[in-house]
Design a protein around this ligand. Structure first.
Ligand code: NAP
Length: 316
């Protein structure tokens, strides 16, 4: 594809990057083509991207030289880290630093960095409303991404800072869907009280990122946020009930109870939900649905996502 501008996509076989590769390749009249970066070009997921016409190259975010090769000659790069693969904020920051350094070395004209808020700007470590984790974080997987923004700025990389939202796909893959209570009735537990939780279909993140690249340099140097809808837990439970054809109750789980659930990352996520709850107005305000739809006209709301995905949500 000689005249197309290349977008190098990290995490291409995953949720965010996969959505971007598909958005680019399913728009053959567009000005871009995708270079999918993966550790294993021979995997079925990588082959599926190649079948769409994407270039597939090997790269590892822990190996900056491989990132330089992956970014060489690209017009754009989509940079995302994989916190839940290692649970280490320090590793996440090092990976972001390697991405920024590789983008600088290869003079990529436009990077989208998939980031999140550094919650310590709202909840300093001295604030006892939630525990401090790993000695220097409130929400490690948010704080490290927010802190890593500086890696891109410091390196002088032309960057759009993209703030994503809670994937509704977590109800399928992350065990966050409704569960049967002792009386056999389904309950959707979420530590959000009566506050709104901005959410998005994971596939729509990449489509919004594609919209950012299509708008040229408009958002370089800016922070933007995306969501498909801002439903409350109560509204999500009602929508789940309609989609699943049986009543789903809402349980506003206390933050402390969630933090003590015992699975890896429970404290981090408990603090995350408390942050989103306590700073609802700032968090929702940074993620306009209307703006997201302007980037991605196919943006789904929760009901639309449920219509397509309800049968994939485990309910037992
Ligand atoms: N779940 C949510 O609600 C949510 C919301 C907002 C933000 N996030 C953030 O999203 C990030 C994860 O993005 P995602 O959900 O798109 O990831 P994902 O679906 O888990 O996919 C990650 C992909 O990245 C690749 N990968 C993993 N380690 C790699 C490495 N060392 N080098 C190169 N590629 C590697 C893997 O591909 P290969 O095996 O093919 O290399 C994998 O397919 C996390 O940092 C999380 O905090 C999540």
């Amino acid at each position: 594809m000689p005249n197309k501008k290349v977008i190098a996509v990290l995490g291409a076989t995953g949720a965010q990057g996969g959505g971007l590769v598909r958005a680019i390749m399913k728009d053959p009249s567009g000005e871009f083509t995708a270079r999918a970066v993966t550790r294993n070009p021979n995997s079925d997921k990588a082959k599926a991207l190649a079948a769409l016409g994407a270039e597939v190259v090997e790269g590892n975010v822990d190996d900056e030289a491989s990132l330089r090769r992956a970014f060489a000659g690209a017009h754009g790069a989509y940079c995302v880290t994989f916190f839940w693969d290692h649970f280490s904020p320090e590793k996440e920051r090092a990976e972001a630093a390697a991405m920024a350094s590789a983008a600088k070395a290869t003079s990529v004209p436009h990077v989208i960095w998939s980031t999140l808020e550094d919650t310590r700007k709202w909840v300093p470590l001295s604030d006892s409303r939630m525990p401090t984790l790993n000695g220097r974080y409130k929400v490690p997987h948010f704080d490290s991404k927010g802190e890593a923004n500086a890696e891109f700025t410091k390196a002088g990389v032309p960057t759009t800072f993209l703030h994503t939202s809670f994937y509704w796909d977590n109800l399928i893959h992350f065990g966050m869907g409704p569960r049967k209570g002792p009386d056999g009735k389904l309950v959707f537990a979420l530590p959000m009280g009566q506050k709104k939780l901005p959410g998005i279909a994971a596939e729509d993140i990449g489509r919004c990122a594609y919209g950012v690249f299509k708008r040229g340099s408009e958002f370089i140097g800016k922070s933007i946020g995306i969501a498909g809808e801002h439903p409350t837990g109560e509204q999500m439970a009602a929508a789940l009930g309609r989609a699943l054809g049986q009543p789903v109750g809402y349980y506003a789980m206390p933050f402390d109870q969630y933090r003590k659930l015992g699975f890896p990352g429970a404290e981090d996520l408990g603090n995350m939900f408390q942050f989103k709850h306590d700073f609802e107005s700032d968090f929702c305000g940074a993620r306009s649905v209307e703006f997201s739809r302007s980037l991605n006209p196919a943006l789904q709301n929760f009901n639309q996502w449920l219509d397509v995905n309800k049968d994939r949500i485990p309910v037992n």
